[in-house]
Design a protein around this ligand. Sequence first.
Ligand SMILES: CC(C)(COP(=O)(O)OP(=O)(O)OC[C@H]1O[C@@H](n2cnc3c(N)ncnc32)[C@H](O)[C@@H]1OP(=O)(O)O)[C@@H](O)C(=O)NCCC(=O)NCCS
Length: 342
Amino acid sequence: MASTSNTTDGAGPGVPLGPGAEPAHWETDVVLADGGSTHVRPIRPSDAAALEAFHLGLSPESARRRFFGFKPTLTPKELERFTNVDHHARVALVAELGDRLIAVARYDRHPDSPADAEVAFVVLDQEQGRGIASVLLDHLAAAARERGITRFVAETLAENQPMLAVFRAAGFVEHTRRDIDGVTVEMIIEPTERSLAAVEHREHLAESLSMARLLSPRSVAVIGASRDHRTVGHQALANLLAGGFDGAVFPVNPNAEHVASVKAYPTVLDIPGDVDLAVIAVPVPVSSTSSASARRRVCAPWWCCRPASPRRAPPAPSRRMSCATPCAATGCAWSDPTASGS
Ligand SMILES: CC(C)(COP(=O)(O)OP(=O)(O)OC[C@H]1O[C@@H](n2cnc3c(N)ncnc32)[C@H](O)[C@@H]1OP(=O)(O)O)[C@@H](O)C(=O)NCCC(=O)NCCS
C-alpha cells in the first residue's frame, strides 16, 4: 500500500503536500458522453459521509468488482483513509452531481517504485456508461504526471469488460497480463497521438450532444420564474408554456409555490428528475450562484438571461462577466435578451 507520509516521493520541488493543500486546478466541470456534465474535484476529509452513502448506493456486483469481494460497507478506518489524501502520493478525484458523489477514481503511488501508481475506479451503477470513468482516467493521469508518475497499474477481474474497455479506449501505451486472479493492466500515461485523439473525439461528441440538449431539451428549468409578468423570467416561462413545449417545465422561485399555475421549486437542486436545460433569469450576481447550482444539480447546459427590468440600469461589463464566465467555462450558451433587442 502506498505511503501516506508527506514525502516528495520523486516529484519535483515545491509540490504542495498534506491534506488540505488541495490543487485548485484539479477542480473542474466536464461534459459527459451523453451531453450531461459533472463536477470533478479532489476528495476532501469532509466527504466521509458522502463517500459512505456512495458506497451504500453501489450494487453488490459493482462493490465486488471494485474491492474483489463482498463489501457492503466501508469501515470508519477506510472512510478516514479514503478521504484523507496528500494530493501527491495518494490522490483521489470524485465526480459529483449536486451534493452526491457519483464516482471516485484514485491512485496510490507504489512505495518502492515512485514512478508507478496503482489505480482504481468506481462509478455509481445508474451513472455507468456515461463516460465518467474515461474522463476521470484522463484527469487522474494529468494529476499523476504533475506528481512525477509515469505508469498506472490496475488490477481488474478478467470479466470486467467495462473497466478494460475504459483502459483500452484511453489510448495510452498499455500492456495487459492475465493470470488466475484476474488481469493486470499497465499504462504508460504519457500522452500519445492515440490518447490525444481519444480525448478530442470524446470532447467533440460530448459537446455536440450537449448542444443537442440545449437545442432540443426534454425538460427545462426556469430559474427566476417570477410571478411578475413584466419580468424576463416570467416571460421565458410563459413562452415555454404558450409555445407548446412538450417536455417538463420547472419554474424555480423561492417565494412562490406556483408560477403560472405550474408547481415551483425553491432551488434548482429541489427539482425531481433530470433537467436538460436551465434558463437563468435572475439578477447578476445571483445568476452566478444559480448557474453554479444549475451546474451542480442538472449538469446540463444553461442559457443565461439577465432580467430586462426597465427599472434597472444595464449591468456593467464586469458584472455581466460574472454571469457569462461560468457559462463560457463549460461551453454553454450565453444570451442577453437586451442585446438581442428583446
Ligand atoms: C468499470 C467502471 C468504473 C466504468 O465506469 P463508466 O463510467 O461506466 O465507464 P465509461 O462510461 O467511461 O466507459 C465504459 C466503457 O465500457 C464499455 N462497456 C460497457 N459495458 C461493457 C461490456 N459489457 N462489455 C464491453 N464493454 C463495455 C462502454 O461501451 C464504454 O466504452 P466506450 O467508451 O468505448 O463506449 C464502472 O463500470 C464501475 O464502477 N464498475 C464497478 C467497479 C469496478 O469494476 N471497478 C474497477 C476496479 S479497478
